[in-house]
Design a protein around this ligand. Structure first.
Ligand code: FAD
Length: 336
């Protein structure tokens, strides 16, 4: 690992100032939450910052608080383990608790933060092994003609990475918004607009500009007992790894009738992949096994698999129909 300095800011303003000053002095900088991804990348020399700004020293960003107007605000430094065990999140935002619980290993979940999970870089083997690919500043995505077993079937091009975060699809499905602070001040971005396709900038995965920090995540108030949500994930081994395919589903139910639905896939696209056509198909209808099967069929419309990842198409179809049927079943059980 290349030598670097470490800074422990006392608050967000100081963190932003440290990042800004370093940039003005032409020093490279990186922001660390739990460091579980970042330090590995530094060891591999995928990034070589002069200065590491460790956010863990900032107090108060590791909690869940009531948000104005209902809902909750989750500090970006809250660990995935704490999120998965938080009683309020489990009750009102089960999809997020389940997604956090399904990440990696207990050791990683103990240090990994929600902001760090959302902002983690892709785990494409070409990028992580230092190939001069689009993510490493090159001009080629090697997965197109190379090893693409785990790559995108939706939204690919020019890069075919998949977004690696389990919590990101859950946050998009919950209509979360992100509070971002940076040298130009503060802004709030809906989760659905935070993640960006490679056509926007193939070297980045989100809208964060240099020197910006993801500070907090705001979840709107949900409909209580009538809202059901869940996260289903398929892995290529039993634990400790990213989703091959996942689905975050949030549905407002009146017995077995769906009022509104949010369906967002993970592991299949460079961003959490929302399915608005499937959501529209469900809204206002009784969720029968036939409708769930039709929704699964509609979920794969427009899929463009590469040479080795066509197996993801039937996985998505089945995962979407099963997850919807599971939620409809919960709606009925709660009503009875
Ligand atoms: C064996 C293994 C298995 C894994 N399996 C999964 C899995 O199943 N699902 C999954 O989702 N992930 C998985 N991961 C990734 C893991 O979850 C991430 O490493 C972790 O969530 C990152 O959180 P962190 O706080 O440690 O982030 P860090 O390592 O500190 O940072 C990660 C990235 O986010 C940036 N960053 C951190 N905080 C902020 C912030 N507040 N604002 C702006 N940028 C920020 C950093 O600069 C860095 O680029 C796995 C990792 C390993 C090693």
């Amino acid at each position: 690992m290349k030598a670097f300095s470490n800074a422990n800011p006392r608050d967000l303003a100081q963190a932003v100032a440290l990042l800004n000053d370093a940039r003005q002095q032409h020093r490279t900088v990186a922001v660390a939450g739990g460091g579980s991804d970042l330090l590995g990348m530094m060891k591999e020399r995928l990034i070589t910052p002069h200065l590491l700004v460790s956010l863990k020293s900032i107090k108060g960003l590791d909690q869940v608080k009531a948000a104005p107007g209902g809902g909750v605000t989750i500090g970006g430094l809250m660990t995935l383990d704490a999120i998965s065990r938080d009683v309020q999140i489990r009750r009102l935002y089960a999809v997020l608790a389940e997604a956090a619980e399904g990440v990696a290993t207990p050791q990683i979940r103990n240090v990994a933060t929600l902001a760090g999970n959302v902002c983690q870089r892709p785990w494409c083997w070409y990028y992580r092994n230092g190939f001069n690919c689009l993510k490493n500043g090159g001009t080629t995505c090697y997965s197109i003609s190379g090893e693409n077993t785990f790559h995108a079937i939706f939204g690919g091009g020019p890069s075919y990475i998949v977004h690696p975060s389990d919590t990101a699809p859950a946050l998009v499905a919950l209509d979360a918004s992100f509070r971002i602070v940076g040298p130009a001040g503060e802004r709030r971005v809906p989760a659905s607009e935070f993640f960006t396709l490679p056509t926007v900038n193939s070297a980045r995965e989100n809208v964060l500009a240099d020197g910006e920090i993801l500070a907090e995540i705001v979840l709107p108030r949900r409909g209580g007992a009538a809202t059901h949500s869940t996260y289903h994930k398929v892995l290529d081994r039993e634990a400790w790894t990213h989703a091959v395919v996942s689905a975050a589903v949030v549905m407002d139910m009146d017995k077995d009738v769906c009022r509104t639905a949010r369906i967002v896939l993970g592991g299949v696209a460079p961003i959490p992949w929302r399915l608005p056509a499937v959501e529209a198909m469900l809204a206002g209808h009784r969720v029968t096994p036939e409708l769930a099967a039709k929704a699964g069929e509609a979920a794969v419309a427009g899929a463009r698999p590469l040479a080795k990842n066509g197996y993801k198409v039937p996985m998505v179809r089945t995962m979407v129909s099963r997850t919807i049927a599971d939620i409809a079943d919960r709606g009925l059980r709660t009503a009875n």
